[in-house]
Design a protein around this ligand. Structure first.
Ligand SMILES: [Zn+2]
Length: 68
């Protein structure tokens, strides 16, 4: 499985290791009910930081595409 390292946008700028496969699967499940034709690549995926409460880890479409 592919893991990518992305920093959170909180003060700590913590490095989070994101499993892209897992993140995409989660999004597909969320989207399958909302749209009959879900885009296989979302514009972005926002995940909570593993290290802090305020930080978010944002995977943009470009990052997702580069790592697929
Ligand atoms: Zn953080």
């Amino acid at each position: 499985m592919k893991k990518i390292k992305i920093r959170c946008n909180g003060h700590g700028r913590h490095v989070n290791e994101i499993d892209l496969d897992t993140a995409l699967k989660r999004i597909r499940v969320l989207r399958s009910e909302a749209s009959p034709f879900p885009d296989p690549i979302p514009d972005r995926i926002v995940l909570p930081c593993h290290e802090c409460a305020e930080g978010r880890v944002i995977l943009t479409r470009n990052i997702i595409k580069e790592n697929m």
